[in-house]
Write a protein that binds this ligand. Sequence first.
Ligand code: EPU
Length: 435
Amino acid sequence: MDSFLIRGGSRLKGKIEISGSKNSALPILAACLMGEGKTTLHSVPRLSDIDSMIKLIGELGCHVYRHDAPSAVSGDAPALNGPLDIEVTDKKQCEARYDIVKTMRASICVLGPLLAARGKAIVSIPGGCAIGDRPVDLHVRGLQKLGAEFRTENGNIVGEVKGRLKGCRMYLGGAQGPTVLGTINVMCAAALAEGETVLVGAACEPEVVDCAELLIKMGAKIKGHGTPEIRIEGVEKLSGTQHRIIPDRIECGTFMIAAAITNGELELKQCNADHLIAVSDRLDEVGVKMERENGTMYTSSVRRLNTVEMTTQPYPGFPTDLQAQLMALLCLGDGISVITERIFPDRFLHVGELNRMGARIRKEGPTAIIQGVKELHGAPVMASDLRASAALVLAALVAKGTTRIDRVYHIDRGYEKIEQKLRAVGADIERVKEK
Ligand code: EPU
């Protein structure tokens, strides 16, 4: 397992190109199972989770081809990825095996597309997860309302449809609010169902909108995406198309915090600042300077960090996927900050590791109370999940001395070429390969 060695103290300065969104690309790749003909996707990031999804749809009969990357944009910045062609060549397979599902929960995204396009789906039930209990009951309930029948068999969800799925009006929310991938799963299935489906309590995240835009290009009739009520008029067939994945708002937010924590100045290219409005609001209160111009976000900090209170919420609220990174920043705040996690109340594995680096964080139920300290110091720490690892990288960038972060395979799941991107703007970071 690779590690990162980070020597803290460098002020980050320069340009970073934001990659395509992992959380948009994953369900979009699954949605390609429903298309007839070739779909070409641009800006699909090169990440281990994406490789797992490509492997999964490959096993489900898709031919996937990645074109070469165009050359680097500027200076030391790494070249990102070439387009991806996907074409369904065999519709017989309907099973997402445990081997793949256990490495990536987003495998559940094939459930709706398989049921709608092939009438059958066998998906291994995703197990526990470092960020807490993550049930898929809302996905199953929504698909049941469209007429699919489910049973569990040997650790698998087995779904079947007699004839064609049938549209209906349904409430899709759960105890913790809307579900992002659940909304996408049911929306995909409804695109090929008979008649109209109305999803009330739908997730409004930009990733849901991006998938709806892809489906519309494939021939689906969808309205209201981006609001809590999505209307889908089913069609008989979806065709291949071309689509560019939206910029990764979580990667962008992470680099905004990287600029702030290192007292640096970053120009984040190809991002969508509208998707980060709640994040900008909190960072503004912390004292971070942000300016936007077309697709670029300029972020800098004068390094007196105010304290804030923040609660994670469904979009357009502050995303749970940036909670750990904001916490790393607030460790250096001038006083006490409070963070409450409403989406995944147990998502605090980073607290113990940040405290090992000199932070003073106390957890009370779903809330963390952060007493700002003057400085953090390097220490050996362990990455536990994707976003917790990003928080450790941020803390290490400013810590005195060297931090060794083990198990960085977690970070490779969601940040494309992170060490190259950070090194290009002045960070002292190196990957130590497993022997
Ligand atoms: N929930 C249920 N039942 C369900 C589904 C969800 O109770 O059937 C609950 C969850 O336990 C949670 C809440 O509903 O409390 C919201 O979960 P959601 O379904 O929205 O999460 P998800 O769709 O499985 C996506 C992202 C996560 C991100 C969440 C919330 C992908 C691949 N994953 O997960 O991203 O945290 O939405 O925004 O899109 C990450 O990238 O690090 C990551 C974990």
